[in-house]
Ligand binder design. Structure first.
Ligand code: SF4
Ligand code: SF4
Length: 428
């Protein structure tokens, strides 16, 4: 596809601005009515999905001929969280605005309109197969001493566990990965890791506009799955989940196995009675839906069709494009797990599930637009505080890092946990 291929969809933007907000009938307060961090931060239409769709249309129709730094900033100062897509769909079934924004980013990269701060991630992948450019040899360090784990490079196993770049290189988060595999092992699951041969999923740089990288890493992951004979790949982070479950299939690069998030595994183990949560964890918590685990984790399907002009401005996608509302991502398993923990009280924020507010870390915003990313995280912490919860619980290393940094920077009292950490506490 090219940006030109999206002309039909882009011409269907009705400039209604629903993409900026939680759908109006679901808004509970003005304070938490925005769902798009980008436009809430800049308060300028071009920083919304609708604004970018109009920009893309003007480019393909030749009404805009030059690229400016402001245009580039407007295109990339966004977390690719997908809230715009979920809200737009309520009003407009003909427009995949998140696909348009993805294509617009790829178009900018193809035109040499690069974001310099993204280059570190691209170089990191080229040299070390991770977005931080950290030594490849250190990737499996989080699992040191866990001798029960199989080596996916030489042994067969039912499950290939994918820790992801963030957790693999963030020592403070290593206990989450260690607990996850230990719990799975105790429950009798057959788990392997690839250690230093695990590589990035490619999802993060794909959303920065680099298509070649995700194609390369999809092949790489598929090769590892086949080599160890895994029937499932289990990931800890939202980025990996969205890449494996949504982006790869949408690009026709499906993995040869089932894709699960670790909370889906825990939910199943609890309902099968294979792990027992017996110890009380007396705490009032609220759950933050990671965008890439929830609405952007909705399974992707490759669409192979064409747009046909029926009459004047009437077009049709033939065959019809799959309609993605963002409702089929991973929303219930983490909540089910939290509800199974004795003593834990779960309260919800106003913006949740497919209308969740982003943590600020996605889409290359964390790498390139630090102020915007930090503001987005701090906004969520305010919403957490409004529920009266003492802790925010999430299920993605990127979200956890964002919120931990925000809490520290702003001297907040809110505690930040991963679902797995609380499961571990409840198992005693
Ligand atoms: S992108 Fe969708 S929600 Fe946003 S202005 Fe256009 S039609 Fe409306
Ligand atoms: S992806 Fe998120 S930040 Fe970007 S325009 Fe959509 S709602 Fe706003």
């Amino acid at each position: 596809m090219s940006l030109k291929d999206y002309e039909y969809e882009m011409s269907h933007c009705i400039r209604c601005s629903w993409c900026k907000f939680v759908p109006f009938q679901l808004i509970k307060s003005k304070r938490y009515s925005y769902s798009c961090p980008s436009v809430a931060y800049r308060n300028f239409h071009m920083w919304s999905a609708g604004g970018r769709v109009i920009l893309g249309l003007a480019l393909v129709q030749g009404r805009l001929k030059e690229y400016t730094d402001t245009m580039k900033q407007a295109v990339f100062e966004c977390t690719m969280c997908g809230a715009c897509q979920s809200s737009c769909r309520v009003n407009n079934y003909n427009l995949n605005n998140i696909e348009v924004q993805q294509e617009l980013r790829q178009h900018f990269v193809e035109q040499g309109q690069l974001v310099p701060e993204h280059m570190a991630a691209i170089d990191g992948l080229k040299k070390e197969d991770n977005v931080f450019g950290e030594p490849k040899a250190d990737r499996g360090k989080w699992a040191e001493g866990l001798d029960f784990l199989k080596d996916a490079n030489t042994e067969k196993a039912d499950i290939l566990f994918h820790a992801g770049c963030r957790i693999s290189y963030d020592e403070e988060l290593w206990p989450i990965a260690r607990s996850a595999v230990t719990i799975m092992n105790k429950a009798g699951l057959d788990v392997a890791i690839a250690g230093q041969n695990e590589a990035c999923c490619g999802g993060r740089v794909y959303e920065m506009g680099y298509l070649g990288e995700i194609e390369k890493y999809a092949e790489d992951v598929a090769g590892r799955v086949k080599a160890c004979g895994a029937t499932k790949i289990v990931t800890l982070c939202g980025d990996g989940y969205a890449a494996f479950k949504n982006f790869y299939p949408q690009l026709g690069l499906d993995l040869p196995c089932e894709v699960l998030h670790v909370t889906e595994v825990m939910d199943q183990l609890i309902s099968d009675g294979k792990i027992k949560l017996t110890k009380k964890v007396p705490m009032k918590v609220t759950y933050h839906d990671p965008c890439h685990l929830g609405r952007r984790g909705e399974p992707g399907v490759k669409w192979e069709g064409e747009y046909k002009r029926l009459h004047a401005h009437m077009w049709a996608a033939v065959p019809e494009k799959p309609i993605k509302l963002g409702v089929n991502g991973c929303f219930d398993p983490p909540r089910n797990v939290l509800k199974a923990i004795p003593g834990l009280e779960l309260v919800e924020m106003e913006r949740k599930r497919e209308y969740t507010w982003c943590c600020g870390a996605g889409g290359g915003a964390w790498e390139a637009f630090d102020d915007f990313a930090s503001w987005t995280a701090a906004e969520r912490i305010e919403e957490v505080k409004s529920t009266g919860a003492e802790a925010l619980v999430t299920a993605c290393g990127w979200c956890e890092r964002s919120f931990k940094d925000s809490v520290e920077e702003n001297r907040e009292k809110i505690k930040v946990y991963d679902v797995i950490e609380l499961v571990d506490q409840a198992m005693g």
